[in-house]
Design a protein around this ligand. Sequence first.
Ligand SMILES: [Zn+2]
Length: 81
Amino acid sequence: MPTTERVTYAWCFVHASLHVFAQASTPWCTAAWAALDAADREAALTEKQTRFGAARFFDELPREQQLALRHMEPDKHHPHE
Ligand SMILES: [Zn+2]
């Protein structure tokens, strides 16, 4: 454990990689990522596997999961959609 900084782990389906966000600041990635309920990197990857299987990119997700992720994109949020 290097620090006690609180972080959020998230899988990003645009960059196809695990992101780590400091909870104290705004996430640096505004693409389609899903926050993972995990305390460390290993748990985050396990959680990602459980929820999204082998999908790494947005296009590999089922449609309903794509829609759920779109709502998390602040840049693409359209209130009248
Ligand atoms: Zn990203």
